[in-house]
Write a new protein. Structure first.
Length: 225
């Protein structure tokens, strides 16, 4: 199947631009344990990655939460994640070079992440990459997290690009599912889940990082130049 040239790229943040999922996983396991629940890393990747805290926490506890309790629990979990990740913040291999390459071909770049705004700001400011992205859209701007396509569709709309001309980089199968549901092309980054899981979710290609991308994928934006 021949795809149109890529005009824009939307990046997930956690696990895609930074390899931070182990720190999120540890923070979730600690949070769950403090609430009397035992979960595993596999649970976090399968059920949490790409979802909003407003969706995760009631499911974790098996009951509705009032806004104050939800905010307090979410803030505590995210603060613990930032504390754990702070000494390790670095871009995924190939991220900066890929952003340079996309800019050279006139491809617009944005971030579509379920990460709360303080986490997005924390990572982008530490990396010094904020000015590389035309738009940054987050969980607070949509009513449904991934696997719903809302975040990616909002990102494409803000960029002014048809969804069919957008490539998404994602590390979680829920995110890949969301990208495909939005009518976009997805490339899975295997920092957190195996390539076969991301492929089964609909990823056109997978790679271990943002350096080792298939030539066929790069050709999709090189044709746009």
């Amino acid at each position: 199947m021949t795809h149109p040239p890529i005009r824009a790229v939307l990046f997930d943040l956690d696990g895609t631009l930074v390899d931070n999922m182990p720190f999120h996983i540890d923070a979730w396991i600690e949070t769950a344990r403090s609430l009397g629940r035992e979960i595993t890393a596999a649970t976090v990747m399968r059920d949490f990655a790409g979802r909003r805290n407003e969706e995760i926490l009631p499911a974790l506890l098996g009951r509705p939460l009032d806004p104050a309790e939800l905010a307090a629990l979410a803030d505590a979990k995210e603060a613990r994640y930032r504390e754990l990740f702070a000494p390790h913040v670095a871009p995924v291999r190939g991220a900066v070079a890929l952003l340079d390459e996309l800019a050279a071909h006139g491809v617009l770049c944005g971030i579509a992440s379920a990460a709360p705004k303080p986490n997005r700001d924390f990572v982008l400011d530490r990396l010094g990459l904020r000015d590389r992205f035309r738009v940054v859209v987050g969980a607070e701007e949509v009513s449904r997290g991934k696997p719903a396509p809302d975040l990616f569709l909002l990102g494409a709309s803000r960029l002014g690009v048809d969804p069919g001309a957008v490539l998404v980089f994602e590390d979680a199968h829920l995110g890949v599912t969301a990208a495909v549901a939005a009518g976009m092309i997805a490339c899975g980054v295997t920092t957190g889940e195996p390539g076969e899981v991301l492929t089964a979710a609909g990823a056109m290609a997978t790679a271990p990082d943002l350096h080792s991308l298939p030539d066929a994928l790069r050709a999709m934006w090189q044709r746009a130049a």
